[in-house]
Design a protein around this ligand. Sequence first.
Ligand SMILES: [Zn+2]
Length: 103
Amino acid sequence: MNKEILSSLLEKKYELQRRISAIEADFRKGRSQDFSEQTCENKNNEVLNEIHLEAKIELGLISQALIRFENKEYGFCSQCNGVIHPKRLKILPYIDTCINCAK
Ligand SMILES: [Zn+2]
C-alpha cells in the first residue's frame, strides 16, 4: 500500500512540475506578443498566475509528504501522532493531519 501511495505522490509531483514549467513558458511567450492583445493577455495572465500559484503550493505539499515518507513519518498525524486513516490518505495523499486534528 505504501508503495502505491509513493508512486502516486511521485506521479503527481512530475505532473505538477510539467504544469508549472508549461505555465512559465507561457509567461515568457506572453511578453513577446504584440500590444493589441495586451488586455486579453492580462486577463489570461491573471488566470495563469492563479493556476501557477496553486500548482506551486500543491507541489510544496507533495514535497513535504515525500520528505515525511523518507523519514517514515508518512501516514501519521503531525499534531497527535495518530494514524491517519488510509481512506483519507487516498483522497488527500499529502495530508499530514488526522481527521480529528483537521477540524
Ligand atoms: Zn491528529
